[in-house]
Ligand binder design. Structure first.
Ligand SMILES: [Zn+2]
Length: 361
């Protein structure tokens, strides 16, 4: 019977809950901030590469990221996505094939986007990026209360509002975010070194730490605490886009793809994580696309399309469907449900009766 399900799952790319025994014991959620589906699925944008305003050093950027064939072009931008995930996992949200993934919240900015992703439901009250403690219980907080997960859930991220989104006051989840240092009594020599290095460097942005530093803190945390659920939240892409620097936006995507490869290779080298870890990659919101200007920003009314998002999944329980071309629509709030689904836990969001896993896992 299990064999039949496996065949059916492969054909339909969908499995009813409980139909298979999951190997997943750990989930790592990696997020990009404001990375458009357009770049994920088609690579660098020709018009923006040609724009002197947004790409002041076009030759270097073109040499690195341009190819006339979009299938090749996206590989130049995100080699790990389009070599490893495309052959061993799944990529959702290519609207060119009718495979849609949308925000359900009407507010197409970061806090509402992360809230929907993590709490499993949009919340109409959350409209702004403000330092308010999230009234909603996130899947991170909920999983942290389940047997075997206490103290095994953490967030390492670039944006300084993440502690509010996961409500550290109530949830007690460890968060290292924004321009802050690693804290705790049992820091490793690597974390002490990073703290010293970071103290001596002038932060690039006020509210967002550079992703390479976030990544190093994240890897050090993984090695030290061995979490079972970690949210590694990059933030740079949104900053470069708001600054109108398309070349830097692309470089940052490329660099993050390489860091995700490094993370995956490390996970696969560790007994606790090897073939027992599902990696889910997503973004908090999209960006505009209507004209050359609108890629810089996002939000309702003026930037249609910034509610269009995407997701990628790689792990032992995800059939290798690659780029999913089925006509279907998933929602951002299903990510919380998908995380719980892989961990075999029945998460029910506060604001909604259900956060079903995405149709494909
Ligand atoms: Zn933004």
């Amino acid at each position: 019977m299990k064999g039949l399900w496996t065949i059916l799952c492969f054909i339909l790319i969908w499995c009813p809950a409980g139909a298979q025994e999951f190997k997943t014991e750990n989930v790592i959620l990696v997020t990009f901030d404001g990375l458009r589906w357009q770049e994920v699925f088609a690579g660098a944008d020709k018009k923006l590469l040609r724009s002197e305003k947004y790409t002041p050093n076009p030759d270097a950027v073109k040499n690195h990221f341009w190819h006339h064939d979009p299938q090749e072009r996206r590989k130049l931008l995100m080699p790990f996505f389009w070599s490893n995930i495309a052959t061993q996992g799944q990529l959702l949200g290519n609207r060119k094939h009718g495979n849609k993934m949308n925000l359900a919240t009407r507010h197409w900015i970061s806090y509402p986007g992360y809230n929907e992703m993590l709490s499993g439901a949009p919340d109409p009250i959350l409209k702004h990026n403000r330092k308010i403690h999230n009234p909603n219980v996130t899947v991170l907080e909920w999983v942290n209360q389940q047997p075997g997960f206490k103290g095994k859930v953490a967030v390492v991220g670039s944006w300084n509002l993440l502690p509010y989104i996961v409500n550290t006051e109530r949830s007690g989840i460890t968060v290292n975010a924004g321009n802050s240092l690693a804290t705790g009594r049992n820091l490793t020599p690597e974390e002490l070194r990073l703290n010293e290095q970071f103290t001596q460097t002038k932060p690039r942005w006020h509210s967002v730490r550079q992703d390479t530093i976030t990544f190093q803190y994240g890897m050090a945390y993984l090695e030290r605490e061995r979490p079972r659920l970690l949210h590694l939240a990059f933030g740079e892409t949104d900053e470069h886009a708001h600054e109108g620097n398309y070349g830097a936006y692309l470089e940052s995507i490329y660099q993050s793809d390489a860091m995700i490869r490094q993370l995956w290779e490390w996970l696969q080298s560790q007994e606790q994580y090897r073939n027992k870890t599902t990696l889910i990659i997503a973004t908090d919101h999209g960006r505009g696309y209507l004209n050359k200007l609108s890629w810089k920003k996002h939000g309702r009314f003026w930037y249609p399309g910034s509610n269009h998002v995407w997701a990628a999944i790689l792990g032992p329980d995800t059939p290798p469907a690659g780029e999913v071309k089925l006509r279907q629509k998933n929602y951002q709030y299903q990510i919380a449900g998908t995380i719980a689904y892989f961990l075999g836990l029945p998460f029910r969001p506060h604001q909604s009766p259900d956060s079903p896993p995405m149709a494909n896992p």
